[in-house]
Design a protein around this ligand. Sequence first.
Ligand SMILES: NC(=O)c1ccc[n+]([C@@H]2O[C@H](COP(=O)([O-])OP(=O)(O)OC[C@H]3O[C@@H](n4cnc5c(N)ncnc54)[C@H](OP(=O)(O)O)[C@@H]3O)[C@@H](O)[C@H]2O)c1
Length: 329
Amino acid sequence: MIKAKAWALRKHFDGFPKDGDFELKEEQLPALKDGEVLLEAVFLSVDPYMRPYSRVRMKEGDVMIGTQVAKVVESRNSSFAVGSYLVSRCGWRTHSISDGKDLTPLLSDWPENIPKSLALGTLGMPGLTALYGLMEVCEIKAGETVLVNAAAGAVGSVVGQIAKIKGCKVIGCAGSDEKIAYLKEIGFDEVFNYKTVSSLEDALKKASPDGYDCLFENVGGHFSSVAIPQMKTFGRIAVCGSISLYNDTTPQTGPYVQPHMIFKQLRMEGFLVHRWEHKNVESLKQLMAWVKEGKLKYSEHITTGFDKMPAAFMGMLKGDNIGKAIVKV
Ligand SMILES: NC(=O)c1ccc[n+]([C@@H]2O[C@H](COP(=O)([O-])OP(=O)(O)OC[C@H]3O[C@@H](n4cnc5c(N)ncnc54)[C@H](OP(=O)(O)O)[C@@H]3O)[C@@H](O)[C@H]2O)c1
């Protein structure tokens, strides 16, 4: 018998999450049945989507949703060998039992020198989000100018680097000088700290006086209102996230963007990474190839200890992370 630990949503978040909204539970796991595997969490992901999804997908008392890289510690399923690693969507749990249906094995030739935690970041859902948002939604072309916000995060840092690989000029902004230094290091052309510039509008104009062909939108709200008027004619906006709105208790209001959309003939499209799930294996191989070639660099903000899951989640929402926010058990 295994005693698993799990973090549950004790109380729905009201505004920014608080320690008291989470509750650590113990679960007694039964013996495995035929076709099942026992998983042990090695790395867990904390992601922005957990904040808005908690409201629509969870009720109080449910275990927090989320993915993890897990190790198979016992198996009664011939598709999953003991000792193998995979990505599981079992939530914030130290141990879990699966019938194998919701499990994604890591790429078969995963190199020893590449951390398996990247399967939750650059070589996982956030990396795929960056790739699909740029290639499928923005349809970037060499020579274009791409703007990305939350640029030093899990998605944003990959967006900027793929756009550079594809021959674009990349402008990124983030919320600390340390993040700005990191963005320069990984090849962004122009960067600024949105928290310290005196005018966001002037900073965007200075970074690209001719405007922007593509906006990879991770933040939304005020940023969008200021950036959209600076799009070029026929510009494309990939609405990936709106983290500046996730903790609002009352909705923010305009300025409204429709006149700019019309007169500049802009295209704005929201998307979820799962739309292109059928392409994931080939896309992950592409991301892995870039990582191996040194063209796609990664950074991780690792918090150690399953007991620190809520702190790591809240820290990520506040902007503590450079690259992907991960919890190592
Ligand atoms: N559509 C999809 O399928 C999909 C998939 C994955 C992620 N997403 C979205 O993509 C965005 C980035 O996700 P991620 O996993 O890469 O997270 P992340 O960027 O690694 O972490 C979140 C970052 O957001 C920034 N932030 C927080 N509050 C902000 C605010 N009020 N204004 C501006 N920036 C703020 C912080 O960086 P600073 O220090 O720079 O403020 C923080 O580090 C999120 O909006 C997420 O919901 C969408």
